[in-house]
Design a protein around this ligand. Structure first.
Ligand code: HEM
Length: 455
């Protein structure tokens, strides 16, 4: 058999960048997704050079899957991401690499295992019901509603406390830090926060209020039943050496679970609520399913597993608007060679891989009429799509730790909402997606909520 010819970074297609790529960098900061979408017409593996960086966009789901699963040990996060995130998240599982990450992930995993979810469902339902009790029929600003509920869920799970009046300022601080973090990622370094530069004072205030809030939770007397995740983190023992987590490590993990665990879920619910409001038939089917399975009582974790259409409606919302739409950028810590389209694709150490769920999720080769909202795509028996073509939670060993948690939470909150209300667009026009770490509707989203009449 003839030896396969090799294909290196230099052989890959891609447009030449101007001004050493600085123009592209500016375009990315302005509209990241549109800039990356311009790479797609060149092919499935496309190169770009920005300054000294050799970058590759991978649009072939199968190749991407092989890279992220079979060659996971050759991938580290693009350094700028952890550098920026560590300002808020410290040295938590989302930031670290190698053996340190491995140990943290192993320690945290049991708290997020599937079998633990039923225990969390009650917190999710309590927080969802309490959040919905606060709203009146009529125009409702959905971003505030979902931020409050998802923050309340994570606070009940982490600390056994409730969000109360702190929810709105903490959500605002989180969002502000996301926006700042997103902008900082396109700078080569972060200038010290004490410098009297525009925006630094607000960043300092946001960090101070988030840190203060979290510290308050950690300083509170332990809950007597020890059922909260914080007690669980403090009780963890390393299976090899019996070591406990330092208080700093507990703080960092709590901050990460708090941050990673509420804005993403709130964003997914936000897009879902728009899609329900603008697709009344899909909404009616979801509401009928909820009525048939749950009626008027409170939902449980078992119910969530018996709501295939509702679950499909959420998954399809995350296809069109994945909260983590981009920025899963990785660097190759060593060279990899793998067969691809009859050739040996050879990527050197140092090359950066850009993974963009937003674009993969809208590829017409796997998704017919990709712009259309069709929960049918995720119903049992629907035609299969390549597995790497749908990755709202990432893939490989660094896949989202909270994915089962998030799916359960979204399903329960969505069921509670549909039990009570019918969602209508009101005066809302189709929101424009805007990426700032998460993909949010620009200018927020206000829907008209009408009490749902019993079927
Ligand atoms: C719809 C909601 C959510 C979405 C779309 C989402 C998405 C993601 C994605 C894409 C990653 C991987 C990023 C990468 O590969 O670079 C990730 C990582 C992570 N997520 Fe989530 N997430 C969600 C909810 C949650 C929740 C509820 C929690 C915790 C309660 C959580 C905790 C984490 C953690 C700790 C990591 C880091 C894992 C690691 O690096 O080993 N996420 N998430």
């Amino acid at each position: 058999m003839a030896a396969m010819t090799s294909l290196t970074w230099n052989d890959l297609p891609g447009a030449a960048t101007r001004a050493w790529g600085l123009t592209t960098l500016r375009e990315m900061a302005r509209d990241y997704l549109a800039t990356l979408a311009r790479q797609q017409p060149y092919g499935d593996v496309v190169r770009q050079r920005i300054l000294r960086e050799r970058i590759v966009d991978v649009f072939d789901p199968e190749l991407l899957r092989r890279l992220m699963l079979e060659h996971a040990d050759a991938l580290i996060r693009w350094e700028r991401g952890p550098e920026v995130f560590s300002q808020t998240l410290g040295q938590s599982v989302l930031v670290t690499e190698g053996p340190v990450w491995h140990r943290q992930r192993r320690l945290l995993m049991p708290a997020f295992a599937h079998k633990r979810m039923a225990g969390y469902a009650a917190f999710m339902v309590d927080a969802g019901s309490a959040g919905l009790d606060r709203i009146q029929p009529g125009p409702v600003e959905m971003s505030g509603l979902f931020s409050h509920i998802t923050m309340d869920v994570i606070l009940r799970v982490l600390f056994g406390t409730q969000a109360g009046d702190q929810a709105a300022p903490m959500a605002a601080a989180t969002q502000h830090l996301s926006e700042v973090g997103f902008r900082e990622m396109f700078w080569p370094m972060t200038l010290p926060d004490w410098l009297p530069l525009p925006g630094k004072a607000k960043k300092r205030r946001s960090l101070r209020s988030l840190f203060g809030f979290l510290q308050q939770q950690l300083d509170a007397p332990p809950r007597p039943d020890g059922a909260d995740l914080l007690s669980g983190l403090r009780a963890l023992r390393d299976e090899h050496d019996g070591a406990v987590l330092s208080e700093q490590a507990v703080f960092d993990e709590c901050m990460t679970i708090f941050q990673a665990g509420h804005e993403t879920t709130a964003t997914a619910l936000l897009w879902w609520s728009w899609l329900m409001a603008s697709h009344p038939e899909a909404q009616a089917r979801a509401a009928a399913e909820v009525a048939a399975v749950i009626g008027r009582r409170l939902p449980t974790a078992d119910d969530a597993a018996a709501l295939p259409w509702l679950s499909a409606s959420l998954k399809e919302a995350m296809r069109l608007y994945p909260p983590a739409a981009a920025l899963m950028t990785r660097r190759l810590s060593r060279g990899v060679t793998l067969p691809w389209q009859g050739r040996q694709l050879q990527l050197d150490a140092g090359v950066m891989l850009r993974v963009t769920p937003y674009l993969l999720h809208r590829d017409p080769r796997w998704w017919t009429e990709p712009e259309a909202y069709r929960p049918e795509r995720f119903m049992p028996g629907a035609p299969e799509v390549p597995r790497g073509a749908y990755l709202p939670f990432g893939q490989g060993p660094r896949v989202c730790l909270g994915q089962h948690f998030a799916m359960l939470e979204m399903t329960l909150v969505a069921a509670l909402l549909l039990q009570r209300f019918e969602l209508q667009p009101g005066n809302a026009a189709a929101p424009k997606p805007r990426l700032a770490v998460t993909l949010r509707p620009e200018g927020g989203l206000t829907l008209a909520l009408q009490p749902r009449r019993p079927a």
